[in-house]
Design a protein around this ligand. Structure first.
Ligand code: 5AD
Ligand code: SF4
Length: 466
């Protein structure tokens, strides 16, 4: 893909701007509202903030109230079956809204809609006005215009070569926490994963666009910035000069201001010493790192097509810890992958004990249509998967509890998230490594850094005083 092909063309954007103008004529003075439902990962959260920005520029205000919305968009996820079932149940729910208000527009987008079999299914729901995959978001003005003028319903397959669109405005949910996509797509084809099929090949944004976005965020008071990509370690391999994620970290670290920089997510096979050094020397990199393990067994890692073994994985962990003595680690683990024996699973428990992660995201393997693992023999029965899942969660809970106990008596810097849902007087905040800290306060410090003295800890949270 050449540089020019990498970005949505000016002609295409010109066409969309013309549609946007026509939509604004239709929405003007009508006080139209849009509601967006986001399922899945941070990449989808970031995409939804661009959908909000685009709809805002079309004359819609964004509302949390789905019942009063004139336009509803469901941004779907396909990573596990459970996510797809949730998306389908949301779509079904809005059939009733449409029955009450036939002018309401319903659109479905995201990873689930990038799959042909799901598109065929959603076309059969007459109350859905349009659907599109992750690579067609820039065409939203056209889709909304067609729906408002009762044109033919649009069900759009993503182009074979997906492109980057820099011109979609972003409307962020938070005034102090921001996602910044640095790349889209994935080239890795882990055998269980649907992502490469629904998000296309890796495409990196240009460093200048990323750096200026981060600079603007810091200047406008953002305190927690996450650089997003399916595999941030391979950032830049597809663009001129081959800039690396380490280059980005080094440049961002020069920006003045107090903020945390997080990275999400990475693939161990592409972890470099250069990146680990950049994290260690950066003044803003949060002292935590997410390094997906997936399995502790070399045989299973091979069947997963992960391209590393446990020896290599642990050497990265050691390097991260040696260069950043206070770093905490988190990981993703899949249990019950096809062919996983009790021995393989015990190796996963071993690695968890050895590394002592701060927290882990544990998933029961879910077969995804079209991926190699879904066709593998030796699929593991659900009872065994659940039993292993529970053992892993129990082990991690005891490790997390130890970590939280060790925090008692210490003073930590936190970023305040706002009032707790259950208690008016209590505020919720997070440490730089995402531990939840509750504290009482008369004053509202939402969006600010403060220091909290930890007085108590349990498995899932810390409690303290300002
Ligand atoms: N089943 C279960 N978990 C999965 N993940 C990705 N695909 C699947 C699947 N088919 C998990 C991986 C990945 C995380 C985002 O989701 O652990 O790192
Ligand atoms: Fe999926 Fe593997 Fe790509 Fe991560 S690296 S998105 S698990 S294929």
């Amino acid at each position: 893909m050449t540089m020019k092909e990498k970005f949505v063309s000016c002609e295409e954007m010109g066409k969309q701007l013309a549609f946007a103008e026509k939509v604004r004529e239709l929405t003007e003075g009508k006080n139209f509202k849009a509601h967006i439902i986001t399922l899945g990962c941070q990449q989808n959260e970031a995409d939804s903030e661009r959908i909000s920005g685009a709809l805002n520029s079309l004359g819609y205000t964004i509302t949390d109230d789905d019942m009063s919305a004139d336009l509803i968009i469901i941004n779907t996820c396909a990573i596990r079956e459970h996510a797809e079932r949730r998306a389908l149940s949301f779509i079904g729910r809005y059939k009733h809204n449409k029955a009450k208000n036939p002018d309401m527009v319903l659109g479905v987008c995201g990873c689930m809609m990038a799959q042909e079999h799901r598109m065929k299914q959603v076309i059969t729901f007459p109350y859905v006005d349009f659907a599109f995959g992750t690579g067609s978001m820039h065409r939203l003005p056209e889709f909304v215009y067609t729906a408002l003028t009762k044109g033919k319903r649009k069900f759009i397959k993503d182009p074979d070569k997906m492109q980057i669109c820099e011109d979609i405005p972003v409307l962020r949910k938070s005034g102090y926490k921001a996602w910044v996509s640095i790349m889209y797509g994935c080239n890795n084809f882990c055998t269980y994963c649907i992502v490469p099929y629904v998000r296309g090949r890796e495409r990196s944004r240009l460093p200048k666009d990323i750096i200026s976005e981060v600079r603007e965020l810091v200047e406008s008071g953002y305190k927690d910035i996450t650089l997003l990509g399916q595999n941030v370690n391979s950032y830049g391999k597809d663009i001129e000069g081959k800039p690396t994620v380490a280059d980005l970290i080094n440049e961002i670290s020069k920006i003045e201001g107090e903020f945390w920089l997080h990275l999400m997510t990475s693939h161990p096979k592409d972890a470099t010493s250069e990146m680990i050094d950049a994290i260690a020397s950066s003044k803003c990199c949060a002292n935590c790192f997410h390094l997906p393990l997936q399995s502790g067994s070399d045989a299973i890692l091979k069947r997963m097509n992960r391209h590393y073994d446990i020896e290599r994985y642990l050497s990265i962990v050691n390097e991260l810890k040696a260069k950043n003595p206070h770093i905490t680690l988190t990981t993703d683990i899949i249990v019950g992958f096809p062919g996983e024996t009790e021995e393989d699973f015990k190796k996963t428990l071993d690695v968890v004990e050895k590394v002592r992660y701060d927290s882990i995201y544990t998933f029961i393997y879910s077969p995804r249509k079209g991926t190699p693992a879904a066709e593998m023999e030796d699929q593991i029965p659900e009872e065994i998967q659940k039993e292993r899942f529970n053992r892993l969660v129990d082990l991690q809970n005891s490790i997390s509890k130890d970590f939280n106990d060790a925090m008692v008596g210490k003073t930590v810097k936190v970023l305040v998230d706002g009032k707790s849902k259950n208690n008016e007087k209590v505020y919720m905040s997070r440490t730089e490594n995402n531990r939840i800290v509750h504290f009482e306060s008369e004053k509202d410090y939402t969006g600010q850094f403060i220091n909290v003295h930890i007085t108590r800890g349990d498995t899932f949270a810390l409690y303290g005083e300002i």
